[in-house]
Design a protein around this ligand. Structure first.
Ligand SMILES: Nc1ncnc2c1ncn2[C@@H]1O[C@H](COP(=O)(O)OP(=O)(O)O)[C@@H](O)[C@H]1O
Ligand SMILES: NC(=O)OP(=O)(O)O
Length: 319
């Protein structure tokens, strides 16, 4: 039976790595807290589509299958990378939908949560396939990473000052295959987990879809989803309450609002670290340029509901 939609804004939420953790038990525990923060927004009437990252998880699944399949005694088959992406969506979406459902039941909210395994069309000619940039899996020291690269042929890079990781191609998302189904679910009052890990990247060939070994940036896909829906707000939840200029320096300054022109100026000044805050600000800019009535919010998980009420976080709007 369909559920009633909330009376509040429509929002697309992108969950950062701090919402999920690294191991199954850590993820299960963290996701319960994440669900509390998400349901705080749903309790205010929000109609939410929740997207999430998958870098650590898809890397973990891929490494586990690679290691297991190399020993014939295990009888574990080689697992292609797109299938590992699909597994990561199922695994994270299962935890998220279950935790959100449980939290809504506990608060007596008559809504239902569902996870949609989602494919995202990318372009075969995307130059990203020639230049892998998306960090996946766990962090390593430089020596460990270089030894791994030597042994496996994987690409490795330093990740935003936090250590070394394997990197894979990260093409630009073009279209979400399950968009109409997600829209139907939202219209019928469901809280939808969708486009996890940016969506499983696929090429379109003669009307059929074929998985591609890559990982799409979840903030970019969330931005495209929010613009496509005409969502009132794109909410990017990460580890900081506000975006800063002079981040980490003595004269650090938190920003409550940025216009597109402000953001462009700060980007030109190099205020946002590539691989961490820069892609988030760029995703917000893409959304407000494509849907000028929309507002993007970057804040922490803990501040999500207060941010939605306009009490904290950094709002990015056209002007
Ligand atoms: N100018 C900035 N303002 C605020 N945070 C910044 C800035 N530049 C870099 N950061 C860092 O970017 C991080 C968010 O990026 P990241 O951790 O990659 O995102 P995710 O939450 O999606 O995993 C913040 O926690 C912060 O440490
Ligand atoms: N797909 C994606 O953007 O994952 P992370 O947020 O974990 O990097």
């Amino acid at each position: 039976m369909p559920y009633a939609k909330g009376s509040g804004p429509s929002i697309v939420i992108a969950l950062g790595g701090n919402a999920l953790g690294n191991t199954p038990q850590e993820q299960l525990d963290l996701v319960r807290q994440t669900a509390v923060n998400i349901v705080d927004m749903i309790a205010e009437g929000a109609n939410a589509i929740i997207t999430h990252g998958n870098g650590p998880q898809v890397g973990m699944i891929n490494s586990a299958f690679d290691a297991a399949s190399k020993d014939a005694a295990n009888k574990v088959p080689f697992m292609p990378f797109p299938e590992c992406g699909a597994m990561s969506q199922g695994y994270i979406g299962y935890h998220l939908a279950q935790a959100i459902q449980g939290e809504m039941r506990e608060r007596g909210l008559e809504r239902n949560a569902v996870n949609v395994v989602t494919q995202t069309v990318v372009d075969k000619a995307d130059p990203a396939f020639q230049n892998p940039t998306k960090p996946i899996g766990s962090f390593m020291t430089e020596d460990e990473a270089k030894a791994m690269a030597e042994a496996t042929g994987a690409d490795v890079r330093e990740d935003a000052g936090r250590g070394w990781r394997r990197v894979v191609a990260s093409p630009i998302p073009k279209r979400i295959v399950e968009f109409d189904s997600v829209q139907d679910l939202v219209e019928n009052g469901y809280v939808v987990v969708s486009t996890g890990g940016g969506g499983i990247p696929v090429f379109e060939e003669d009307g059929r879809y074929v998985g591609v070994p890559a990982v799409i940036d979840k903030d970019r896909s969330a931005s495209m989803l929010a613009a496509g829906f005409g969502a009132d707000m794109l909410v990017i939840l990460t580890a900081v309450e506000k975006v800063c200029i002079n981040y980490g320096k003595e004269d650090q300054q938190e920003l409550s609002h940025m216009s597109v022109a402000d953001a462009e100026r700060y980007i030109a000044e190099g205020q946002f670290a590539p691989g961490s805050m820069l892609p988030k600000v760029e995703a917000c800019l893409d959304y407000v340029r494509a849907y000028p009535q929309g507002k993007a919010l970057i804040t922490s998980l803990e501040c999500a509901a207060a941010g939605l009420r306009g009490e904290t976080g950094t709002i990015i709007s056209l002007d």
